[in-house]
Ligand binder design. Structure first.
Ligand code: PLP
Length: 364
């Protein structure tokens, strides 16, 4: 079961401290050749939880932190994160995509990992102020973006297997180039799992990633880009693709596995489903077996397969490997659903199309 969540609000007279940099590093950045997630903007948001409450949040210069080797999270992995993006809009303003949904999901992950809930105004006001302060770091080209990484970790200094008493909430921002997925060849994994019923798969917990690197490395050695995860019990149900949600178009129907405690509720997934429904497309959130996917490729009913996530947004899959055989999916033309929904999302984010879903958080 996914735990019910409560939104913590704190006093109205909440203040945030802002300590700006003396000199911006902006002119050192080559915006023509941005890597993904390696360059960090001038400022970060920093907020500590001590003696049972969140302290004053501070926007301060991005920089190194000193930690004890007994830092709780290094030993017990009580750490969670989010991934979201701010975009430069066509008229020059900056918009953050579905910011409040990332706030809600961070607290859902926090609950499962026994981390205190972050109050809404620390997250939302902190995020807005941080992006506003560093808005010149949002790339001018609307096909690239400012990647935003909120995270929380247990910061007590003791070695004992119980929850940390102190925590840190931090937000980093990173101007990032396109996340080239290239030609995505995936392999259906029937041995290792990313998550299991009753586990932490629905939380964006750091350890979910740590545990996925070994199986990913094994299939990459065989020439595949990503894993298609199957369920822990039968290995017959399709779950996700790498760190993205997965969808197929089979017989003209958009198919994706239903959410459960084993699947991360992606905001990109939700956006794609909402757009598909608004276009009158038939959408099915029901279990899909590996056999159905392979059979549908063989008989030509499966016309599209793609991953969905904030980093790459939509990542079309060209080949699916299963039990030693490769099955190719026909190349996706400009009239494919994946390409159309990708450009629809880009149009909404840039403001070239009306934001009828109310997804953009506009920063001056
Ligand atoms: C973050 C993540 C996703 C994608 O979520 P978005 O909100 O669309 O970025 C999908 N699966 C896993 C396992 C993830 O960690």
């Amino acid at each position: 079961m996914i735990i019910e969540q409560t939104i913590v609000k704190i006093e109205k007279n909440y203040e945030m401290k802002i300590s700006p940099v003396k000199k911006s590093r902006l002119d050192e950045v080559d915006f023509e050749n941005l890597p993904f997630g390696k360059i960090f903007s001038d400022h970060m948001l920093w907020c500590e939880y001590k003696n049972g409450s969140w302290q004053e949040a501070e926007i301060r210069p991005y920089g190194k932190i000193e930690v004890s080797p007994a830092l709780h999270t290094l030993h017990y992995g009580q750490a969670i994160f989010e991934g979201q993006k701010a975009y430069r809009m066509a008229d020059g303003r900056v918009g953050i995509f579905r910011a409040h949904d990332n706030f809600l999901r961070l607290n859902k992950s926090a609950e499962r990992m026994c981390i205190p809930q972050i109050p809404e105004n620390i997250f939302m006001d902190g995020l807005r102020k941080l992006v506003e302060l560093d808005k010149n770091w949002v790339p001018k080209d609307e096909s690239i973006s400012l990647y935003i990484r909120p995270f929380m970790y247990g910061s007590s200094e003791f070695i004992a297997a119980r929850p940390s008493e102190d925590y840190v909430f931090c937000i980093l921002t990173s101007p990032s180039g396109p996340y080239y997925a290239g030609d995505v060849k995936v392999y259906i994994e029937e041995e290792f799992v990313r998550s299991a019923a009753g586990g932490v798969g629905y939380a964006k917990a750091a350890g979910n990633y740590g545990g996925s690197f070994y199986p990913a490395k094994k299939i990459q050695e065989k020439g595949y880009t990503q894993i298609i995860w199957t369920d822990h019990k039968s290995h017959e149900l399709i779950e996700e693709s790498g760190t993205m949600n997965i969808a197929f178009v089979i017989d003209g129907v958009l198919r994706t596995p239903p959410l459960s405690d084993r699947i991360l509720a992606g905001i990109t997934r939700d956006s794609v489903l909402q757009i598909a429904r608004s276009w009158g497309m038939s959408v099915k959130e029901e279990p899909i077996t590996t056999y159905e996917v392979i059979d549908s490729i063989k008989n030509g009913k499966l016309t599209e397969a793609f991953g969905m996530g904030t980093a790459a947004v939509i990542s079309p899959i060209s080949t699916i490997g299963f039990r030693g055989n490769d099955y190719d999916i026909p190349p996706q033309g400009s009239d494919s659903f994946a390409i159309k929904v990708k450009s629809e999302l880009a149009a909404i984010r840039s403001g070239r199309k009306e934001d009828t879903f109310g997804w953009m958080e506009i920063i001056g």
